[in-house]
Design a protein around this ligand. Structure first.
Ligand SMILES: [Zn+2]
Ligand SMILES: [Zn+2]
Length: 151
């Protein structure tokens, strides 16, 4: 995405002139304030074992927003034993990406299977085409013979 393009704010959906963020200036300011609240809260040694829900309650920043900070790598969840967000599929606590390892494995094997299925369909289609071509060729080679016979 080029800077200086019109885009919808990722947070409020308002159209804005895209610069270096995914959100409009208003949301950017709020997000930065939120980030400061969360990072201040987490930099307190006492809060090292906080869960994402506790962070959210204490800072009044939504769980989703805190999760975004972690996912964007702005907050390094590995430093906080209980901090993480839910896997998009099974609700297990994770500290990076969208899916837990199991769901990721499951999804990638499903994708592989789909790809294999698609390959198989392609293969069947190809052999079908080849078959048709051979049939056509057979017809073509038969044609002159037929005419020759008629002569
Ligand atoms: Zn906005
Ligand atoms: Zn999962």
């Amino acid at each position: 995405m080029q800077p200086g393009q019109l885009d919808n704010c990722r947070i409020c959906g308002k159209l804005f002139l895209r610069d270096h963020t995914d959100y409009c200036l208003g949301c950017y300011k709020i997000t930065e304030q939120d980030f400061k609240l969360v990072s201040d809260f987490l930099s307190n040694e006492q809060n090292r074992f906080a869960t994402i829900e506790e962070v959210s309650i204490e800072t009044e920043v939504s769980v989703k927003q805190v999760a975004d900070f972690i996912r964007d790598g702005r907050i390094y969840a590995e430093d906080y034993p209980n901090l993480g967000y839910r896997c998009s599929h099974c609700d297990k606590m994770i500290k990076r990406q969208l899916l837990c390892d199991e769901c990721f494995q499951q999804f990638s094997s499903e994708i592989n299977q789909t790809l294999k299925r698609e390959n198989l369909v392609d293969e069947i289609r190809n052999t079908q085409n080849k078959h048709n071509k051979q049939n056509n060729q057979a017809k073509n080679t038969n044609m002159p013979q037929y005419w020759q016979l008629k002569k």
